[in-house]
Design a protein around this ligand. Structure first.
Ligand code: FCB
Length: 465
């Protein structure tokens, strides 16, 4: 299977009924997870501490004081988890590598036992016919690097490129698709600006420095991966369609959420309006000659994480939203649409708008949905989770993605967040995003109704109404 295959809309082998949709031939279906959210084994086989170990131990930062120490114990149960994926008919699996397992101090000596684990995982996946999609950084920065400035420091970007080369050196002969970063918006604005995520700093200027050094890390790692012969290299961004009744407010937030990442990666420039507005927080002196050429080197695939749109309106006296530095006077509003357990609005049509916009404004880069899904208050009753709201959510979003393909978007695949319930960052274990239910006390896994429904979608490469 390859993510670079054809994009023509395929013909269903079975008789298509009204309301049925079929995805293009070669469209890739799967699920996604991240190391800190599922692996556990936080102190095993030489893993060093990450910023999430530190942050989750800081009182008041994570609901219930939960940590990823045990999580889904996937580090020990990966064989069963891969077998479960295979049972569910999954074609691809996006997972992340824990940098502190590979380099416990973030630089210098390599811990071979860390690489061994991911090699075993990749072999297990391939043995079951599941395509591995590797994310190199899904937020678990080695604490030793944070102690030297973390993403506010240029050095972290350089170390990240070295780490990327190390991982590729071990897995490059069996992994084709590489994602450098997951959601640098969260790492920078939630981690360094609002303090909601690790490392918990609340300095808007540091958030902009982190944006740049994350992107530089992406660029430097991309160069390393290319030099080593990686087949497909991309980055995953969390993008949110922004709408509202004031075009300037919309442009302002679109700049801070979307264009500040899209423009450097896909156009080799920071958006001028964002740079101007951020001058009260930073002089941008961390951007050096040549950086944008590195950051904007061609990628093969843009990973899109989509959960919910954002609606804004002008409101005099509104204080800035800490996750969007400089957003004074802009209110974030929600309509009366359905919301998930996270409080996120359910608006599938916004996914169509987003994918069509990306194809229009940034043409030529194939797209893959690297995350989409929802948390609901699932309950396990007599061995079953009847999560019909998640089925409806996914059905709506798959149809929205299909509509975007019909409108010309070059979408290659869809990875549902998440394979199984897991550690939902600052929310701890209370928010369940999984297709598979996890009982954390027993580590028992039970596929929810949505998992069984999804298996049929994958089998048909579409939805039958
Ligand atoms: C995204 C993260 C992912 C998960 C989902 C719900 O922002 O990339 O790890 O937590 O949200």
């Amino acid at each position: 299977m390859s993510l670079s295959t054809g994009t023509s809309v395929g013909i269903s082998e079975e008789t298509a009924g009204k309301g049925d949709i079929t995805f293009p031939k070669g469209f890739v279906w799967g699920t996604a997870t991240a190391s800190y959210q599922i692996e556990g084994a936080a102190h095993e086989d030489g893993r060093g501490p990450s910023i999430w170990d530190t942050f989750s131990r800081t009182p008041g930062k994570v609901v219930g004081g939960h940590t990823g120490d045990v999580a889904c114990d996937h580090y020990h149960r990966y064989r069963d988890d891969v077998a479960m994926m295979a049972d569910l008919g999954m074609q691809a699996y996006r997972f992340s590598i824990a940098w502190p397992r590979i380099q416990p101090d973030g630089s210098g000596p390599v811990n071979p036992r860390g690489l061994d684990f991911y090699e075993r995982l990749v072999d297990e996946l391939r043995g079951h016919g599941i395509t591995p999609i590797v994310t190199l950084y899904h937020w678990d920065l080695p604490q030793a690097l944070e102690d030297r400035g973390g993403w506010t420091s240029r050095e972290t970007a350089e170390r990240f490129a070295e780490y990327a080369a190390i991982v590729h050196g071990r897995l490059g002969d069996r992994v084709e698709t590489w994602t450098t970063l997951n959601e640098p918006w969260c790492s920078s604005f939630l981690g360094y600006g609002a303090g909601i995520h690790a490392p918990g700093r609340t300095e808007p200027g540091a958030a902009f420095a982190a944006v740049h050094h994350l992107l530089l890390g992406h660029g430097l790692a991309t160069a390393e991966l290319r030099a080593a012969g990686a087949k497909q290299v991309g980055i995953t961004l969390n993008l949110a369609p922004i709408s509202g009744n004031d075009p300037l407010a919309v442009a302002h937030i679109d700049g801070l959420q979307n264009r500040i990442f899209l423009d450097p990666v896909l156009r080799k420039e920071y958006p001028a309006d964002v740079v101007e507005r951020a001058r009260r927080f930073t002089d941008w002196s961390f951007v050096r000659d040549g950086d944008l050429d590195l950051i904007g080197a061609p990628i093969d695939l843009l990973g899109v994480n989509y959960y919910s749109p954002t609606t804004v309106e002008l409101r005099a006296g509104q204080p800035a939203n800490p996750v969007h530095p400089g957003s004074e006077g802009i209110a974030f509003v929600q309509g009366d649409e359905e919301r998930t357990a996270m409080g996120w609005s359910v608006v599938p049509s916004a996914l169509t708008d987003l994918l069509v916009r990306l194809s229009r404004d940034y043409p030529g880069t194939p797209l893959i949905i690297t995350e989409n899904g929802a948390a609901f208050d699932d309950v396990l009753v007599d061995g079953r989770v009847a999560d019909e709201r998640r089925i409806a959510f996914l059905d709506g979003h798959f149809r929205a993605a299909h509509a975007a393909i019909e409108a010309g978007a070059d979408l290659r695949g869809y990875l549902v967040w998440s394979l199984m319930d897991n550690f939902e960052w600052a929310e701890g274990y209370g928010k369940r995003f999984g297709l598979v239910h996890v009982d954390y006390a027993s580590q028992n896994r039970v596929p929810k109704d949505s998992a069984l429904w999804y298996r049929e979608v994958v089998r048909r490469n579409g939805i039958r109404s």
